[in-house]
Design a protein around this ligand. Structure first.
Ligand SMILES: Nc1ncnc2c1ncn2[C@@H]1O[C@H](COP(=O)(O)OP(=O)(O)OP(=O)(O)O)[C@@H](O)[C@H]1O
Length: 307
């Protein structure tokens, strides 16, 4: 597959501040990539470097085969969508006027604006001034602006900030649809819930350094965090030692008629077989390490990791 974005050993320094150091990523066309990290991790810097708004201090960046700062990229950039971290608009303009203003800059017709106003539930408020919009409405207007050109590449900096749960869900549904149409999407976030099912790969950044890069199954394998198995059973005299202890499984606790077991990934099937062979078991649930657990793991210094 042709890469859409390539960063090779990219660093960005501001005097004594290292915003990003030695970042290498290859992002394929049509994938959704999450840039995750705390405040100051380097997410916005990465997005600005990909956009060509700032130049790297070292390393190389190519977007669709060109340097994002090369002159021939100007036309290509018209087909990219970008949502900055803090969206601000001309407060005196209406939502429709704002969108039409950006549409004119990108030589896009009004029909597309109407389509996006409807898609982001702003049609009814389209003739109200932006200064009367709630935070969520501004964010939705920003997203509509980013999607004006039906972009092949969409860069979104903290897109779900200010969105309520329904708007967040709708937003991710839109991203899934765009991915199906071949759009490459890079989104930065420090809000993890909700992202997991929608990203193909994540880059976990901390203090300008890449801590982890891969799909969630890859990161789960690499992190080797234990699985949680939750079983419900009806043992008349408590959980018998023969069920787990006698098999060397010690990380478990019983709360009423629930068993909470922590096992290494490679023992999953063995433990499931043991549980399913027990006549008192009524239900079994397996929980893979969540994105939150992986994020915490990779943001913990290696020497302090408890695995
Ligand atoms: N123009 C600049 N001058 C000096 N330092 C900068 C500049 N831009 C970014 N930095 C520093 O680079 C580091 C990374 O910043 P960046 O904005 O990329 O982080 P971020 O992950 O997007 O954080 P946040 O979630 O808070 O937006 C921070 O320490 C920031 O202070």
């Amino acid at each position: 597959m042709t890469p859409c974005i390539e960063l090779r050993n990219v660093g960005k320094y501001y005097d004594s501040v290292t915003a990003l150091s030695d970042l290498s990523l290859t992002i394929d066309q049509g994938e959704i990539v999450g840039l995750l990290g705390h405040n100051g991790a380097g997410k916005t810097t990465t997005i600005k470097l990909i956009l060509g708004v700032i130049a790297p201090s070292r390393g190389d960046i190519t977007v669709l085969g060109h340097s994002p700062r090369a002159r021939q990229t100007n036309n290509l950039r018209m087909q990219w969508g970008y949502l900055p971290e803090s969206v601000s608009f001309y407060e005196q303009l209406t939502g429709r006027e704002v969108l039409e203003y950006f549409a004119r800059l990108k030589r896009i017709g009004r029909a597309r604006c109407e389509e996006l106003l409807a898609q982001f539930a702003l049609s009814q408020a389209a003739d109200r001034r932006v200064k009367t919009y709630s935070k969520g409405m501004r964010q939705r207007l920003g997203l509509a602006q980013a999607m004006l050109s039906s972009p092949r590449l969409l860069l979104l900096d903290e897109p779900t900030v200010g969105l309520d749960p329904i708007a967040t869900r709708d937003f991710f549904t839109t991203l899934d649809q765009l991915r199906q149409q071949g759009t490459t999407i890079v989104l930065s976030s420090h809000v993890l819930p909700g992202i997991e099912q929608h990203v193909d790969r994540v880059a976990i950044l901390g203090s300008g350094t890449l801590h982890a890069w891969g799909s969630l199954p890859e990161l789960r394998r690499d992190a080797a965090l234990p699985l949680k198995i939750r079983a419900r059973g009806n043992w008349p005299e408590g959980v018998p030692a023969s069920l787990l202890q006698n098999h060397g499984i010690t990380a478990w606790e019983q709360i009423d008629n629930h068993l909470l077991i922590s096992v290494p990934l490679e023992r999953k099937l063995e433990v499931l077989r043991l549980l399913l062979a027990d006549e008192h078991i009524e239900d079994v649930e397996v929980q893979s390490p969540s994105l939150e657990a992986l994020y915490t793991h990779y943001n913990t210094p290696q020497e302090s990791r408890d695995v």
